[in-house]
Design a protein around this ligand. Structure first.
Ligand SMILES: NC(=O)c1ccc[n+]([C@@H]2O[C@H](COP(=O)([O-])OP(=O)(O)OC[C@H]3O[C@@H](n4cnc5c(N)ncnc54)[C@H](O)[C@@H]3O)[C@@H](O)[C@H]2O)c1
Length: 422
């Protein structure tokens, strides 16, 4: 039976939650966006996002002006609640679900019979079931799908997000979606809600299967990049160009090796595999090793650059790129940033950082006399050593002649003709 949900609430208005809230609002639903950050809420109320995402401000301004999206810091009653809060790992690499638990606790007082709750945050397996247990403890007057399947007061589902920042608005609509219910009714309810805008293929499944599938997607990427990064060490030791070797191997019709790099960054791929490993450490040596291989790569690059730089009396090192991947301004968990900080900490000489996507240096690099943010031409011209950490498109125009007299450590394949042609 299709139930029309007119008012929905999105808890957590970040990279995932805000575009989701704006897209629902653009389809005529009344959306209450909730975030604990007053500054983010204030900015959204003025029709602007508190982060950069192409075209988001246009949609946001329209839905805020029409009144379809209203931002607040305290949850209000709604027909459906979507939870899109952060799920980081702690120092010891255990999952930190405190934001999910806080979000659930904050909606518990306003839940009513017939409401749908969907968790979108990337979570360890069992989180959705744990959410039912938490909500039941807070609202013993309501029934949940794990204790009253197919007839509960509240529907509870897990639907992971797969968007690529920079393409969020299109991917939200077009990407395939999975709806994992604590019971079938919950999965169907989640699909009906998203049908307002989601046009991609979709699958109904159980909550734990949906939870694990999201983690597996990112662990798969991590393991495959780790293979490429390990190959880069092998090739380095053998004096071979890793991109040429991968290109040759990929001529095999059933081989498709990914590109190596300075490591693996962002807030998803380096984090999510640990959720699987934490739950099943004895079953996941490959996932753990892949994490370690990828985490080790920035240290290897930093060591290499430092060793070369130490041959000079007062070296100038050009560091090309700080972002966690090409063509973005996102520095979260960035291996390039880690390398730059390690080089700065060693006080080897002068660091000239080139990151065309940021306007200032981040913590650990700013406020130091020996580290400057520079233009590409300026940094390369003055450098003794050039460390290429991110293959931003804006670096591709660099004249190879400009680096001919420099010692280049190219972790990103910018100067490899094989990488270029791959
Ligand atoms: N960003 C992506 O590309 C992406 C893609 C797929 C999945 N995810 C997952 O989606 C989830 C959210 O990621 P994000 O990138 O949007 O994070 P984000 O940090 O950009 O946004 C999360 C927002 O939640 C708010 N918040 C924290 N606790 C809250 C609470 N108790 N109540 C209300 N608001 C609260 C924060 O202030 C923040 O604005 C994470 O689990 C992430 O792993 C992200």
């Amino acid at each position: 039976m299709t139930r029309t949900r007119q008012t929905i609430s999105v808890i957590g208005l970040g990279y995932v939650g805000l575009p989701t809230a704006a897209t629902f609002a653009s389809r005529g639903l009344q959306v209450i966006g909730v975030d604990i950050r007053q500054d983010a809420v204030d900015r959204i109320r003025s029709g602007q996002a508190h982060f950069i995402e192409p075209d988001l401000d246009i949609v946001l301004r329209a839905v805020v002006t029409s009144g379809n999206l209203r931002a607040t810091t305290v949850p209000e009653p709604a027909d459906a609640f979507l939870i899109a809060v952060p799920t980081p790992i702690r120092e010891d690499r255990s999952a930190d679900l405190s934001a999910v638990k806080a979000a659930l606790a904050s909606i518990a007082p306003v839940l009513k019979r017939g409401d749908l709750v969907i968790i979108e945050s990337t979570c360890p397996v069992g989180t959705t079931k744990g959410a039912a247990e938490q909500l039941r403890a807070l609202r013993p007057d309501l029934t949940f799908p794990d204790d009253t399947p197919e007839s509960s007061d509240i529907l509870l589902a897990y639907s992971p997000e797969r968007i690529l920042p920079g393409q969020t608005l299109r991917e939200l609509i077009e990407n395939p979606r999975t709806y994992g219910g604590l019971d079938h009714r919950s999965a169907v309810g989640a699909r009906e809600l998203y049908a307002v805008f989601a046009t991609g293929p979709n699958r109904l499944t159980t909550a734990p299967a949906a939870e694990l599938s999201k983690l597996v997607e990112n662990a798969y990427r991590d393991v495959n990049v780790a293979f490429a990064n390990e190959l880069s060490l092998v090739c380095d030791a053998l004096g071979l160009d890793v991109w040429s070797v991968i290109k040759l191997a990929n001529l095999h019709p059933r081989v498709n090796i990914l590109a190596p790099g300075a490591g693996v960054g962002g807030h998803c791929i380096p984090v999510d595999p640990w959720f699987i490993h934490e739950a099943l450490p004895n079953h996941t040596p490959l996932i753990r090793t892949a994490r370690e291989v990828n985490d080790n790569k920035p240290h290897f690059i930093a060591e290499r650059v430092a060793t070369i730089a130490s041959r000079f009396r007062a070296p100038t090192i050009a560091v090309l790129g700080l972002a966690y991947k090409p063509n973005v301004d996102d520095l979260r968990e960035s291996p390039a940033l880690l390398i730059a900080r390690q080089l700065a900490d060693r006080q080897l000489g002068r660091l000239m950082i080139v990151e065309p996507h940021v306007s200032g240096l981040p913590a650990g690099l700013s406020g130091r006399d020996d580290v400057v943010l520079a233009s590409l031409d300026e940094a390369v011209a003055q450098a003794d050593v050039v460390a290429v950490l991110v293959a931003h498109d804006r670096f591709r125009g660099l004249d190879r002649g400009a680096v001919a007299s420099k010692i280049v450590v190219d972790a990103a394949g910018l100067f490899s003709r094989a990488a270029e042609a791959a």
